[in-house]
Design a protein around this ligand. Structure first.
Ligand SMILES: *Cc1c(COP(=O)(O)O)cnc(C)c1O
Length: 372
């Protein structure tokens, strides 16, 4: 029987050595985090980000937690987080007993608004998390300048931005430490998976120690600190290595898909796109559009209509400061107007390396019809 027509929001493509490497894990019996693929994946990923160290872990949320712990974030610290992000960015700060302090985003790029950063800094502020939303790099030079003036760390949440470039350099290695996710719908996917990347030897060693229960590297069952089991298994690492071997293809395909979307959508009435400044290469995890203000109320209906036509779209994230666990936080201002205006009007369109020209055309034709 023919499969029903369905275009998912983002689907992985396994066209390289994924299957062979996974079978190698099974056949050799090395399935846990002791297998060889973990180190191979780490080494290759460090090269990919042009950094000295990559520490693989079980997902992107854990990577954020490890990075913050390695930086020494603890009770009563404050960390600045853009409010328009996936909730894990803020939750990881909360796991440390620290407080995420939310800052608004820019209307055009939807990334952290650097002009508002300084107003959020207090005596307790320890650092800034720069999120590259939907694959678009945040303005790292400007963020680093503010951080340097106030002696703050910069952590890049590059979970959605594998292969994005900021002034020709790959994201992830532009701050003190960075993280990636390899969740099944991300640009490079291992099912569940994460990575911490850094040029700093001490931060890398600290993240590694905490990842493996805090066990001393030279003395088995000796635990100088309380650690975690945040290790990555050999199976996802095997998939990750194979994905990484074809990273150029995955990145190039997303550029092509995004360019097709531009052809279809750039002069479509009623919507605007996320703006890419000329200093960045957008990795296009998800191509997203904003409905004009007058059409905000039709957004959820539009998602439902498109779904009934076999096209999966997603709303933009809710601003984190409006979610129940954070709305009561006294550090949050009552409103962050740009994020609050953008979020209810935003719609992410299917974006996968495997999409064809006619898939993109079909998505845009249906979008146009459903908006009428
Ligand atoms: C996906 C994502 C994460 C979390 O990654 P998981 O691997 O799902 O835990 C963190 N931050 C952002 C911005 C993400 O999109």
């Amino acid at each position: 029987m023919e499969k029903p027509y369905f275009i998912p929001i983002s689907a992985p493509v396994f066209a390289g050595n994924e299957r062979a490497y996974v079978l190698d894990c099974m056949d050799s019996g090395w399935i846990s985090s002791s297998g060889k693929y973990v180190e191979l994946f780490e080494n290759r990923f460090a090269e990919f980000c042009q950094v000295r160290h990559a520490v693989a872990c079980c997902n992107g949320t854990v990577a954020l937690h490890l990075a913050l712990l390695a930086l020494g974030i603890t009770h009563d610290d404050e960390v600045i987080v853009p409010t328009l992000t996936f909730v894990a960015t803020a939750n990881a700060v909360t796991y440390c007993g620290a407080r995420p302090v939310f800052v608004d985003v820019e209307p055009k790029t939807w990334n952290l608004d650097v002009a508002q950063l300084e107003s959020r800094i207090t005596q307790r502020t320890k650092g800034i998390i720069a999120v590259h939303l939907y694959g678009l790099p945040a303005d790292m030079d400007a963020i680093r300048n503010v951080a340097a003036r106030h002696n703050l760390f910069v952590l890049e949440d590059a979970a959605e931005a594998h292969g994005a470039l900021y002034r020709e350099r790959p994201v992830g290695g532009l701050g003190d430490i960075g993280i990636f996710s390899f969740y099944g719908n991300k640009i490079l996917a291992t099912g569940e998976g994460g990575m911490v990347v850094t040029d700093d030897d001490a931060l890398a060693a600290h993240a590694r120690l905490l990842r493996g229960q805090g066990m001393d590297a030279t003395r088995r069952y000796w635990f100088p600190v309380i650690g975690y089991n945040y290790r990555m298994m050999n199976l996802p690492a095997a998939i990750g290595l194979a994905q990484l071997e074809r990273a150029d293809w995955h990145i190039m395909r997303r550029q092509e898909v995004a360019a097709w979307y531009s052809e279809e959508l750039d002069d479509m009435r009623g919507i605007t796109r996320q703006f890419t400044p000329d200093w960045g290469r957008h990795a296009h995890w998800l191509v997203a559009v904003l409905l004009d203000e007058g059409r905000a109320l039709m957004r959820d209906d539009l998602i439902a209509k498109l779904y009934s036509r076999g096209i999966e779209t997603r709303p933009l994230f809710y601003p984190v400061h409006t979610l129940p666990p954070y709305i009561a936080s006294s550090a949050s201002p009552v409103n962050l107007p740009t994020a609050e205006s953008i979020a209810p009007r935003g719609l992410c369109l299917p974006t996968s390396a495997g999409l064809t020209r006619s898939d993109v055309r079909a998505v845009c034709r249906n979008l146009r019809e459903c908006m009428e």
